[in-house]
Ligand binder design. Sequence first.
Ligand code: NAP
Length: 248
Amino acid sequence: MDLLKGKTAVVTGAARGIGRAIAIRFAQEGANVAITDLAVDDNARETVSTIESYGVKAKAFASDASDYGDTDKVVKQIIEEFGTIDILVNNAGITRDTLLMRMTEEQWDLVIKVNLKSVFNFTKAVQPYMLKQRSGSIISMSSVVGVSGNAGQANYSASKAGIIGFTKSVAKEVGSRGIRCNAIAPGFIDTEMTKKLPEDVRKAWTQQIPLRRAGLPEDVANTALFLASDLSSYVSGQVINVCGGMNT
Ligand code: NAP
């Protein structure tokens, strides 16, 4: 299928994990893909060559998504290189888990900056181009814990809840210009982020999932493809849970 043929997508934090799976899924559907990550390392290079194997254009850009000036610069570079941006996936994210009583100001600030401010940075930088072309799809990675909350993740849950408010607001601002803005709320997905958790915590999570397995990055990527493509042409301002039935 060629659901994204001729489109250009930007995926942040896409050297590995969910972002990588989204970038590759988009390429399989004909999109040219710019990926960003903190550094253009071996992971980023491998992701680029996998994307290119589908016969589309790909390039990795080093960019700290939490830095406003850096983001503005990299979006301009992507426009110079690719000519347009049709799809933005705000995927970059981190955790600094601990109970509030132990959480430092630095742990709070960093998670809010990387997870939430990055969404503001990239959406704001990309928006003028989408407004001009009167089309675009913006997808941001929230989390089920942005709605449910989670002990030990007050910073992370707050950042992911913020993404939902941001998404619904921007969808109302730009809908009349043909731009759609949605969020995905993954549940427990098997990536480096969740591999860091102790085995008993991973087991406890899996037991809460009606489908009785962790999600795969590809499960999230297929939902991102739906939101990026015209299959979702009348879907905006929504949050789609990809969580194996957990928390619904
Ligand atoms: P991951 O495997 O840890 O990958 C995150 C990626 O983001 C890495 O490539 C990382 O780069 C990059 N990154 C971190 N800080 C960045 C920054 N300041 N600027 C640019 N890139 C940055 O995580 P994941 O599991 O794929 O998660 C992807 C997104 O889904 C995140 O927003 C996460 O919160 C969300 N999510 C994940 C789950 C889950 O269960 N895995 C559930 C709900 C939501 P480095 O390699 O350089 O560190």
